[in-house]
Design a binder for this molecule. Structure first.
Ligand code: ADP
Length: 311
């Protein structure tokens, strides 16, 4: 696969006029994308809106400079992310559309999520109502169940990796730290994750390794953060956060009213011993999701800015 890139040199043309071409030589196919607005920056990648000019389809493109992939480890990691993400197909997971490269960059084309991530949502709203949390957590559970059923552990579940589509549907993304187990009982040993959300057994680098339970732990941290407005083990420095995680030091602030069902679910999940945590399948049946009324499948776009109306 080879491609080239040409940008318009004519005056007055903005960056949105840059055309990225993908040329597939053996089939003679040329796909053309116009590169639009900048969406955000990740570790190695910059993300832009790309429009497929033939299909008029708007996608999110992760553009990774090849200069950042000179070490074979970095390349291998990216290839593993692509291999795992490509194999997934679920409504609550960012759809992997396509990938290609040219001389300068690797391009990963993804389903576009127009309503940012839950990080921005919490920054704007501070915290969510229990009904909203029930609605979002169920969708997150569906995405994790799908992964675990396919022997994939995400290992970096956090608000910033939970995208929201134009319909306000949860789309789990970023498979940069994900791993696929070769067999059911396999244990992983690599230390990875994001400080606030990392499970204690990863920090302890236990000889027994870690597995699916690390995603359950991060799910508990997400639940707490959505209800309380900040992560349970947050401090000003990573070392103190890790200490709090290891010693299981967190509490529910008295001034914030949350139901005992919510507290009980979080307490069950945030248990130091991974074997004592509920599984994803058990969580679907947790009392937190047994409300008198029904939990909405989707929330209105207005809830990006304000709580849903009580009616
Ligand atoms: P990281 O996970 O390190 O933040 P990513 O490369 O996954 O990096 O994403 C960088 C930024 O690009 C995100 O914070 C987000 O703003 C944007 N982005 C990534 N994927 C999508 C997507 N599918 N739809 C819309 N925006 C996206």
């Amino acid at each position: 696969m080879a491609s080239n890139r040409r940008s318009s040199a004519e005056p007055g043309h903005t960056e949105s006029m840059v055309i990225v071409e993908e040329v597939i030589k053996d089939q003679g196919v040329i796909r053309r994308y116009s590169k639009g607005r900048f969406l955000g920056k990740g570790g190695f990648a910059k993300c832009y809106e790309f429009t497929n000019l033939e299909r008029k389809q708007v996608l999110a493109a992760k553009v990774i400079p090849k200069s950042s992939l000179t070490k074979s480890r970095a390349r291998q990691k990216l290839m593993s992310e692509i291999r795992i993400h490509k194999s997934l197909n679920h409504r609550n997971i960012v759809k992997f559309q396509h990938f290609f490269e040219d001389q300068e960059n690797v391009y990963i084309l993804l389903e576009m999520c127009t309503n940012q991530t839950m990080n921005e949502l919490i920054r704007r709203r501070k915290r969510l109502t229990e009904l909203e949390v029930q609605c979002y957590l169920l969708q997150i559970l569906y995405s994790i169940k799908y992964l675990h059923d396919n022997r994939v552990i995400h290992r970096d579940l956090k608000l910033g990796n939970l995208f929201l589509s134009d319909k306000m549907e949860i789309k789990l993304g970023d498979f940069g730290l994900a791993t696929k187990l070769e067999y059911d009982g396999e244990r992983k040993r690599t230390i990875c994750g994001t400080p606030n959300y990392i499970a204690p057994e990863i920090l302890e680098a236990k000889e027994t390794g870690h597995s699916y339970e690390v995603d359950v732990w991060s799910f508990g941290v997400i639940a707490y953060t959505l209800l309380i407005g900040k992560p349970p083990f947050e401090t000003n420095d990573v070392k103190s956060t890790y200490k709090k995680i290891r010693t299981n030091e967190y509490s529910f602030p008295e001034q914030i009213q949350i139901s005992s069902a919510a507290k009980n679910m979080i307490k069950k999940i945030l248990t130091t011993d991974p074997s004592k945590r509920p599984t994803i399948n058990e969580l679907f049946n947790d009392d937190f999701f047994k409300t008198g009324g029904s939990i909405p499948k989707l929330l209105p776009v207005s809830t990006l800015a304000c709580p849903p109306s009580a009616s």
